[in-house]
Every structure is written in structure tokens, then in C-alpha cells.
Design a binder for this molecule. Structure first.
Ligand SMILES: Nc1ncnc2c1ncn2[C@@H]1O[C@H](COP(=O)(O)OP(=O)(O)OP(=O)(O)O)[C@@H](O)[C@H]1O
Ligand SMILES: N[C@@H](CCO)C(=O)O
Length: 308
């Protein structure tokens, strides 16, 4: 149960004061999620999700709020931030930043079918296109600097063969010049638990808190490494073809993106191998962690290297 901050119905009723959302009816903590506290808030008008940010400073949140508002306005299925008459969406509750967003339909699926994979790819491409008109930029907190720092922390914990693989990959990625590739808003963490479905219809993307300005095709690589693989991390050709065709029907890859595709698949695998290694070897005391297996992404990385 990931409700770190317990809110009373009276506290939320007061917090809702400036928003034109009707009368508060019910408040229900959401069990899923490992970083923030989330509640379903039901009012006389609609259902919403209230997020209490447990780790972010107030200052780093406006980018995400503006981004979701921008994407919603461009018909990308994602949570719409609820703002008051002055346009303020972020307000403190219990001393922590909090945001209320629209509640999307559906739930996450662990074994997506081809229609669902196609819907994710199409929406991702539309999101990338819509993001080109979003003019705020946030750097990738999981980029080169983070890779090097995290690798230093996990290297002593690894077997010699793993150390070799990690060092080789870091050097390979460091040597790449991706400046010619199209950049824009990326989701950065488009895993199955961050996409809701209502049957085969996409409910929407959630959890934009790794979104940033980076290489668009890298976001595609993150997604296909998650959506188009078997349990061993090997691509399932049919799924990969469905994803890439659907994505490129909206935003075809440039020649540079095609040339760097294998390297981007490796970068995406390395990103999640590293974060999972870090979380595994440095668990935060008392924190609830839904164990994410680093070995899976080590296999994905080895597999993507073998493709080159
Ligand atoms: N806008 C939304 N509409 C409907 N359900 C939502 C929405 N936002 C979140 N949820 C539900 O709340 C759950 C937890 O949300 P989320 O995954 O964003 O948690 P988190 O702790 O903020 O992030 P993470 O678990 O990735 O660290 C989701 O699995 C989903 O069921
Ligand atoms: N999606 C990530 C966790 C959150 O960033 C993973 O599966 O490792």
C-alpha cells in the first residue's frame, strides 16, 4: 500500500476550496505506485486523482504540470491538471506539493495484445509530434552524468563480466554524437504500468515525472524494449513490427534515426539496467520497493548488443 501521506476528508475538502470541482464525496487511497501518494477523489462533478509528491521539490514540478496541460490540449490521452481560476494547479497539502488531475479510464495490462501495442505506438508518435510545440525544456535526469555516477556506485557490486559489460557500454554511449537526431519531449518511462487501457482502447499515459527534452527515437527504444519482448527480453518480431509501423505511420524515422537505432536500443537497456541495479544494491531503508529485476535488463542489453 503506497499511501505515505494520510489525508483526512476534511483536509482534502479544504484543499479543493479554490478549485471549481463540486462537492467532495469520497476519498480513496491508491495502492499501486511506489514513489508518490495517490488518492482517487470523487466529487459531485467527476472523479480525479490527487497526487502528493513525496520526493520532488515544488520548483521541479511546473514543467510536468505544463507539459500534461499542453499534451491534453493537443488531444494526447494523459491526465489533465486541474487549475483554479488563477491558473494555479500545484498547491501544498500536509506541507508537500500536491496536484489533482483528471482520472483516466482503464487499468494497466501486463500482457498487452497487438491492438494495445499499436495504440501505444500511435499515441507515442502523436505525443512526440505535439511535444514539438512545447517550448519549456527540462534536461534528462537519467542522462550521461547520471549514467556515470550510478555506474561508479554499482560497479563494485558486480561480477567481473558484468563490470566489463557496463564499462564497455558506458564508453560506447559516451562516444555517440546524437545531435543530428530529432529532439523533443520524451516520456522517458513508458512501461506497461504507466499506460492504462479500457479494453483495447487506450485510456492514456500516466506518470510523466521522467519526461524531459531528449532524442525522440530514444523514447521509442525505451518503449519497444518493454512492449515488444518475451520474458527473456528478446524481441517478438510481430510485436516489434506492429509497434514500429504504427509509430512511423505518424512520424517516420529520419535516416539518422535509423542509423543510430541499434545504439539507442542499447542506451535504453543500459538506462534501466543501471537504475534497477542501483535500487537493488542501495535499497532505501523502510521504503516499499516492488522488486524490479536488474537481470532482465542485463539480458536485454546483451541481446541488443548482439543485434549490431
Ligand atoms: N490520472 C490517472 N487516472 C487513473 N488512474 C491513475 C491516474 N494516475 C494514477 N493512477 C493510478 O494510480 C496508480 C499509481 O500511479 P503512479 O504509477 O503514477 O504512482 P507513483 O507512485 O506516482 O509512480 P511510480 O509507481 O511509477 O513510482 C496507477 O497504477 C493507476 O492505477
Ligand atoms: N519503469 C522503471 C521503474 C520506474 O522508473 C523500471 O521498470 O525499472
Amino acid at each position: 500500500m503506497s499511501v505515505f501521506t494520510t489525508l483526512s476528508i476534511e483536509e482534502v475538502r479544504q484543499w479543493l476550496g479554490p478549485f471549481n470541482v463540486g462537492e467532495l464525496h469520497t476519498l480513496r487511497g491508491i495502492a499501486a505506485g511506489i514513489t508518490n501518494t495517490n488518492y482517487f477523489v470523487e466529487t459531485s462533478q467527476a472523479r480525479f486523482v490527487l497526487t502528493v509528491f513525496e520526493k520532488n521539490d515544488f520548483d521541479e514540478l511546473p514543467y510536468f504540470v505544463h507539459l500534461m496541460a499542453h499534451l491534453s490540449k493537443h488531444d494526447i490521452l494523459c491526465p489533465t491538471p486541474i487549475a483554479d481560476a488563477q491558473g494555479v494547479a500545484l498547491r501544498r497539502i500536509h506541507g508537500k506539493p500536491a496536484l489533482m488531475v483528471s482520472c483516466l479510464k482503464g487499468r494497466d495490462v501486463s500482457a498487452p495484445n497487438l491492438a494495445q501495442i499499436e495504440a501505444v505506438a500511435t499515441t507515442l508518435a502523436h505525443m512526440h509530434v505535439a511535444g514539438m510545440q512545447f517550448h519549456e525544456q527540462s534536461h534528462n535526469q537519467r542522462g550521461q552524468g547520471w549514467r556515470v555516477m550510478t555506474a561508479q556506485q554499482v560497479l563494485p557490486k558486480l561480477l567481473p563480466t558484468q563490470q566489463h559489460l557496463l564499462q564497455e557500454e558506458l564508453e560506447f554511449q559516451h562516444g555517440l554524437d546524437l545531435s543530428a537526431l530529432p529532439h523533443g519531449v520524451i516520456h522517458g518511462d513508458l512501461f506497461r504500468d504507466n499506460v492504462l487501457f479500457d479494453g483495447d482502447a487506450l485510456g492514456g499515459f500516466i506518470d510523466f515525472y521522467y519526461a524531459c527534452h531528449d532524442v525522440l527515437a530514444y523514447d521509442v527504444a525505451i518503449a519497444v524494449n518493454e512492449w515488444c519482448v518475451d520474458t527473456a527480453g528478446t524481441f517478438v518480431d510481430e510485436k516489434l513490427a506492429v509497434f514500429m509501423n504504427a509509430y512511423q505511420a505518424v512520424r517516420p524515422f529520419t535516416a539518422d534515426e535509423k542509423a543510430y537505432w541499434p545504439a539507442l536500443l542499447r542506451r535504453a537497456a543500459l538506462r534501466f539496467w543501471l537504475s534497477r541495479l542501483y535500487d537493488f544494491h542501495y535499497p532505501v531503508a523502510g521504503e516499499l520497493t516492488h522488486a524490479k529485476d536488474p537481470a532482465h535488463f542485463e539480458r536485454v542489453l546483451l541481446n541488443r548488443k548482439a543485434l549490431v
